[in-house]
Design a binder for this molecule. Sequence first.
Ligand SMILES: [Zn+2]
Length: 273
Amino acid sequence: MSKKSAKAKSKKAASSKKAKSTKAPASSPVRALPVVDPAAGVKRVLVITAHPDDVDFGAAGTVAQMTKAGVEVTYCLITDGDAGGSDLSSTAEQRAAGRRIEQTNAATKVGVSDLFFLGHLDGQVAVTLDLRKDLSRVIRQVRPDRVICQSPLLNLDRIYASHPDHLAAGAAALAAVYPDARNPFAFPELLNEGLEAHTVPEVWVMAMSDPTLVVDTTEVIDRKIEALRCHASQLADPDSVDGLLRGWGQMVAEAAGLKPSRTAEAFRRVDTA
Ligand SMILES: [Zn+2]
């Protein structure tokens, strides 16, 4: 998440807590959704997000379920989160380095050791051809069976999930999936790098207001909590993470028709085959 001052950080922390503890992030009204095994039918999955910690809020449980089943999961971070944190004496380079370490450590908690950091500036992500090319390059390198990304749609009920960087990251990721990465004539320099076109058959979009599937994360919620706690520079109250994520996951599960004792993550599946 992007913040530029201690004031902004504390405001964000309080706001996030409020947003996540009082409003179910899944669809409303309640409607039953299919509970899907996220490891079924995939060998490689690429997660594209704007900032360190985004994947851990939105999909770390699903990632843990996949890696547990042997799926290779790669993270692609568009920014290093250099506009996040509260230490005004730090440089952007120091903040970026710290957050890369935090995300790398968080990834290990859910079985991920392959990370790309594209180094775009935090708070300034835009759907440029340069970003689309960078993402197409990663897609052609990883050659995933599924991409998980953020929503490109502004959600006025969950404005904290709709950071402008998130919207741009989602739109750029979808553009990279279709049409760029699969089109050999798009960014011909990638062919010159030896990266042939690749079609990603499906995308799962996080934090949609109208999800189409859920993943039961009850068995791995502890690992998701561990992952999120690695982002120490972003946590005003680390002790609140446990209750926050369990409560949030239970609301998603309940809203999707699972038993109240379960936790879940919800996605909208987009067919891009
Ligand atoms: Zn973010």
